[in-house]
Ligand binder design. Structure first.
Ligand code: GDP
Length: 406
């Protein structure tokens, strides 16, 4: 069995995909796993074979109820994709999945734009301070229009859209996008991405849109403003740095577009996730309590362990507890403290859950998301921490279900 090497927290992205039901979250998730090579068998939503939709109850209802975390690799980074239930019920689970994310892709329907439920999901992510990039999906559909969707993002979500792509072709003739920071055309022929110069007939429009992007960025970012005033145009490098800073501060949202169903736009979206969304080192240290006093713990592999159990599943592999490690290093065979229950638990195995398999690893470090086998009683919401340095990340709850079946 292949053992994955431990990754520095800097190259980890703990990512959620947030969406209104039907906006295309499942399709996009499946395409991300396909693009990252995590799955080779291509599932489709309508035949019920998509890899994150494996829960029978979920399949029956056609909605995503239970969170699953799946790891994949993109451009030297590990992306831990945390499924965030979009349904209004199950709010403890929704809140906790938002808590363990460091960043998210918000998916909008290119025909409907911002819908009431996408607004409530957006506000929830605001409350958790989750930096986001927006993906306007379904641009291949009749009636889809990026500009209308962008206007609804500005008006309904009251955030400054930083539109970083210009679609090439409309509706069924949608074939690709112009990447405005780099002024390159990205087109898809079946599943193959091609990069080339901006087509002549789109050049004027692409230049105009790039200027609009520069103006929007310069208004919000001092470094970009300096270059905007001093030079004929802002360089691609400065634009990308500014877009990263504005994403992380929440002062603006980068807007990308595509068609998940037709597999167009997924690779640039993954590039944006890596470039703009924060790593576990870029977010504030986790806070918890011990003996009535608040404490912080940094995302340092050398610090004492602090991990939050955010899902417990009964699987074919047995009972698995999904953990977000905030601090320290967890090694196979470790005995850890369940801080709320004041009980110790042994971690017999550590697993990295991928789309089509589980890979056993010897250890996991701060910032990562893994599943562990061994703890028999840990509930969702439990803190597992170093015995010699207790920390409670969430007050214990008596009402939550212990195990979900997946
Ligand atoms: P979810 O409820 O957000 O998970 O949405 P799904 O991924 O299940 O998609 C809802 C429906 O929209 C399904 O019938 C998909 O095939 C369809 N769909 C998803 N993405 C696209 C797209 O880019 N274009 C078109 N035309 N349909 C899409």
């Amino acid at each position: 069995m292949r053992r994955h090497t431990t990754r520095s927290p800097a190259v980890v992205r703990n990512l959620g995909i947030l969406a209104h039901v039907d906006a295309g979250k499942t399709t996009l998730t499946e395409r991300v796993l396909y693009a990252t090579g995590a799955t080779y068998k291509r599932g489709e939503v309508h035949d019920g074979t998509t890899v994150t939709d494996f829960d029978a109850q979920e399949r029956d209802r056609g909605i995503t109820i239970f969170a699953a975390a799946v790891s994949c690799e993109w451009a030297g980074h590990r992306i831990n994709l945390i499924d965030t239930p979009g349904h209004v019920d199950f709010s403890d689970e929704v809140e906790r999945s938002l808590r363990v994310l460091d960043g998210a892709v918000a998916v909008f329907d290119g025909v409907a734009g911002v819908e009431p439920q996408s607004e409530s999901v957006w506000r929830r992510a605001d409350r958790h301070g989750v930096p986001r990039v927006a993906f306007v999906n379904k641009l291949d559909r009749a009636g889809a229009d990026l500009d209308t969707a962008v206007a609804s993002i500005r008006d309904r979500l009251r955030v400054t859209p930083l539109v970083a792509q210009l679609p090439i072709g409309r509706e069924h003739a949608f074939t690709g996008v112009v990447d405005l920071p780099r002024m390159r055309a990205l087109t898809w022929d079946r599943d193959v991405l091609r990069e080339g110069p901006v087509p002549d007939d789109l050049l004027d429009e692409a230049r105009r849109r790039r200027r609009l992007l520069e103006e929007a960025v310069a208004e919000l970012h001092p470094g970009a403003l300096e270059e905007f005033c001093a030079r004929p145009e802002i360089s691609a490098g400065t634009l990308q740095t500014a877009l990263r800073d504005l994403t992380r501060s929440g002062d603006g949202v980068v807007v990308l577009c595509g068609s998940a169903y037709r597999n167009r736009g997924v690779e640039p979206l993954l590039d944006a996730v890596v470039a703009y969304l924060p790593s576990p080192l870029d977010v504030p240290p986790v806070r918890g309590t011990h003996a009535g006093a608040e404490q912080e713990r940094a995302a340092d592999p050398e610090a004492p362990l602090a991990a939050l159990a955010f899902k417990v599943s009964s699987t074919a592999t047995g009972r698995l507890t999904f953990l977000r490690l905030y601090a320290g290093t967890l090694r196979k065979g470790d005995t850890v403290l369940d801080a709320g229950a004041e009980r110790t638990e042994r971690v017999a195995r550590i697993l990295r859950v991928q789309a089509d398999r589980h890979t056993e690893v010897d250890r996991a470090v701060a910032g990562d998301i893994v599943a562990v086998a061994g703890p028999k009683a840990a509930r969702p919401g439990a803190t597992l921490c170093a015995r010699e340095a207790p920390l409670l990340l969430e007050p214990p709850s008596a009402t939550e279900p212990v195990v979900s079946v997946a």
